[in-house]
Design a protein around this ligand. Structure first.
Ligand code: PEP
Ligand code: MN
Length: 337
């Protein structure tokens, strides 16, 4: 349920209405926008007498939120959420670009790639340390050592780092060493893991599950937000369809749908969506054109010998060219790079 407060209402009066709602056992968040203040009411709202709330002269309207996701719903928070990662913003006017290898392999590799992407204008470094591989015989990542190498790359370049958490056992180390915790496609509905990352104060990059509907994806964001962590960044990374020419099918239509339904920032991963490096450039441009707030792109200095996902990784020089061309697309849709 949302309670829209008339503009000019005093903070004391807003507090009074909030307390009246809370006396019915629900949780109430206040969202102050530039034009209006909205009280977001979540929980069991059946005990609330809508007419008595409407009888406050300061209340403009009371609306039921029909969708099952509440905190992630744009109705609850009409303005875009901007996630602040150590002073770098995701969801604002500036397009955020995360780049780096699928997996951290060596110190030289991760530091070398970090230095090259920073020169091209990337603001965040990605690198997997715990890898969700389809085969148990494939490279599983360097584990904790990989996180330490990412920290070294951050020390040397200042780039905040993004890495995937697969198990709550490692949560403490991730909180210490990682700036954005990624929840991978395969764990999008690992509800225990979602609850754990909902309890912490750290931005979460929530990838869309391989066969998840947009509503299921938003419900996973809701799990994280229900725990008190509102810093959720959504990531469209392609979904399973009948098509076999690409690794997945990049659902670009999800971007305007998310923008309509939710206030959360949404970025696109063209690397896992296609599985082929030569499609990354055109789909990155398309993603920005359609309204994505950013990109996460796999970049490797030696894709032919990469330990994971070499076929979809672009080289630093291609990434540099791509970043230059993205500036024009960003400008055309009122964004900045
Ligand atoms: C990744 O980003 O390295 C990854 C495994 O992605 P996804 O969960 O989207 O497959
Ligand atoms: Mn990968």
């Amino acid at each position: 349920m949302i309670v829209i407060i008339k503009s000019g209402t005093s903070p004391e009066m807003v507090k009074k209405i909030k307390e009246k709602l809370e006396s019915k056992g629900v949780e109430v968040d206040i969202t102050r926008g530039t034009n209006k203040t909205v009280l977001c009411v979540v929980g069991d709202t059946r005990m609330i007498d809508i007419n008595s709330i409407k009888s406050f002269p300061e209340v403009d309207d009371v609306l039921k939120v029909m969708e099952p996701y509440k905190k992630a719903n744009r109705l609850m928070h009409p303005e875009n959420t901007i996630v602040d990662v150590n002073g770098r913003l995701i969801g604002g006017k500036k397009i955020a670009v995360i780049a780096g290898p699928c997996s951290v392999e060596t110190e030289d590799q991760i530091v070398g790639i970090a230095e090259s992407i920073i020169d091209s204008g990337a603001e965040f470094l990605r690198g997997g340390a715990f890898k969700p591989r389809t085969s148990p015989y494939s490279f599983q990542g360097l584990g904790a050592t990989g996180l330490d190498l990412l920290s070294k790359a951050r020390e040397k370049t200042g780039l905040p780092v993004v890495s995937e958490l697969m198990s709550a056992d490692m949560l403490e180390k991730f909180v210490e060493e990682v700036d954005i915790i990624q929840i991978g496609a395969r764990n999008m509905q690992n509800f225990d893991l979602l609850k754990e990352v909902g309890r912490i104060k750290k931005p979460i990059l929530l990838k869309r599950g391989q066969s998840a509907t947009i509503e299921e994806w938003l419900m996973s964001a809701e799990y994280i937000m229900a725990g008190g962590n509102n810093d959720v960044i959504l990531c469209e990374r392609g979904i399973r369809t009948f098509e076999t020419s690409t690794r997945n099918t990049l659902d670009l239509s999800a971007i305007p749908v998310i923008k309509k339904l939710s206030h959360l920032p949404v970025i696109v991963d063209p690397s896992h969506a296609t599985g082929a490096w030569w499609m990354v450039e055109s789909l990155s441009r398309a993603a920005i054109a359609v309204g994505a707030d950013g990109l996460i792109i796999e970049v490797h200095n030696d894709p032919a010998n990469a330990l994971c996902d070499g076929a979809q990784s672009i080289k630093p020089e291609n990434f540099n060219d791509l970043m230059k061309s993205l500036k024009y697309i960003a400008l055309a849709v009122g964004r900045e790079m």
